[in-house]
Design a protein around this ligand. Sequence first.
Ligand SMILES: Nc1ncnc2c1ncn2[C@@H]1O[C@H](COP(=O)(O)OP(=O)(O)OP(=O)(O)O)[C@@H](O)[C@H]1O
Ligand SMILES: NC(=O)c1ccc[n+]([C@@H]2O[C@H](COP(=O)(O)O)[C@@H](O)[C@H]2O)c1
Length: 547
Amino acid sequence: MATRRIPLVLLACGSFNPITNQHMRLFELARDHMHSTGQYQVVGGIVSPVSDGYGKQGLVLAQHRIAMAKLALQSSDWVTVDEWESQQADWTETVVTMRNHYGRILKEYERSTGENKDSSGNPSPLSSPCPQLKLLCGADFLDTFQVPDLWLDDHVEEVAGHFGLICVSRGGLHPEQAVAASDTLSRHSHNIFLVREWVRNETSATEVRRALRRGLSVKYLIPDSVIEYIHQHNLYTEDSERRNKGTVLRPLAKQATQPGKNVNVAVRKIATLLKPDKDISHDGDHIVIKTLSTFKNYNMDFHVGKEFEEDLSGVDDRKCMTTISWDGDKLVCVQKGEIEGRGWTHWVDGDELHLQLGSQLSNLLAHSLLLLLALRFSVLPLFVHSQPANPCIYLQALIILHTQTSASPAAIMPADFSGKWILESNDIFEEYLKVLDIDFATRKIAISLSQTKVISQDEDKFTVKTLSTFRNYELSFTVGVEFDEHTKGLDNRNIKCLVTWEGDKLVCTQKGEKANRGWKHWIEGDKLFLELTCEDVVCVQVFKRKA
Ligand SMILES: Nc1ncnc2c1ncn2[C@@H]1O[C@H](COP(=O)(O)OP(=O)(O)OP(=O)(O)O)[C@@H](O)[C@H]1O
Ligand SMILES: NC(=O)c1ccc[n+]([C@@H]2O[C@H](COP(=O)(O)O)[C@@H](O)[C@H]2O)c1
């Protein structure tokens, strides 16, 4: 007997700021994929734009995002826009939105099966199987599960385990790795459907907004009706992009103050009202970190490598013998005293400054990581504060910090790029070569070759050698010092270059005949990333450190 398919509803949650053609494609791709399993019959799709309380930079009002999504989806006979989430006063956890929709779906199902019950009240064999609801997302969404304090573990468990996920590939991301890296996701991998989009579409709402601000065409990226709506309401401007700038994303603020996080309610209330500044200055290994707030100020003034007596008045009023030292490019602090294993570690990872606090008291949250979200030279950090005034309580409070120092975190902890790096992936390299006017034959050779980068770094002085069996290229520069480069053997142009630190990224602007030309280098774990930009093409190369 043929098994009957499970009716399935797909739910996509996001900003949809604005909705793009690719958002709508996700539904089509997911439906095809789920039908191909032979198990499911997709019976509907829901777009659920997030509420204004989400706090994401540049988020225009929900009423506009809803209106645009409705206009866009006029062409679909099975995907609809739902306003429930967007109309909630505060931002709503995704799982709460899922429960709400699923409750509604189940009611409808019960109503329909009510008509088909046998004498003992059970659904008759004629009834269709119980419907399911799954969350539809792009590969970047899976990565967000790893961000500390963004998701509650129980919620990830419920989304992946109880409901299920359908995840469509995006850019060079590796959703299968995101699943493998998470215990929760890998436990439910049978309920996570990875959909491969072969016709790659890199449209992102952020890029669409940028183009609109610059007065560039976005035709064929978003529907004409949406373009018209945007122009009528003058939606995406420099002003609208500043909306929520400096605001901590609501999930980060909310999840970190959940009762399940062992937060002292009274202190949490005070802490969440605070807006302290963090002022970091340094002169060689002499570092001063001032944390200033209307509640409490705390200053640290130390020399790396020299033990000193730290008076934690205003924190937990203990004294410690403290030593802060470099461990690679991490700043590691050991605080010897009454509390065992006390200390912290600071490091920079991409645009983020991480602080890991450890102490016997905080074992419950032994790996509580902070994200200090950095925007170019200004950082918007989140601050987790250990306040064991009551030894049973671990306080985790989020405070918004605006760093007002010209010294970026990278100036304190510059990354070390030295080493040999082997090319692993080379995303849209051919488009990049094309935009540099490199001829067909050279392009075909170049994309087929492996590359090795050999980087020597002496503080801010760099030599980067790019080696392949076809051509070698060498570049030397000092961060902050402009230089002339002749791209010999590449596109043979003369350009004026300046490399600067942005966080721990090395960022180069290349001024010359080609617009918007430059590159960025950064390290994540044992990977070296190189983002090459020219005009509107962005190519990402990933290298692996050679042991
Ligand atoms: N090009 C794309 N490929 C695959 N998934 C995508 C793509 N664009 C958006 N998505 C997915 O659509 C959902 C809603 O996305 P969202 O509203 O955040 O748009 P976005 O383009 O990702 O926005 P932003 O550029 O601001 O990050 C998310 O699950 C996201 O991963
Ligand atoms: N804990 C949570 O439920 C949680 C955390 C972060 C984002 N989200 C959701 O993920 C989506 C992300 O959208 P953006 O990619 O536009 O930021 C939003 O719908 C947001 O509400 C949910």
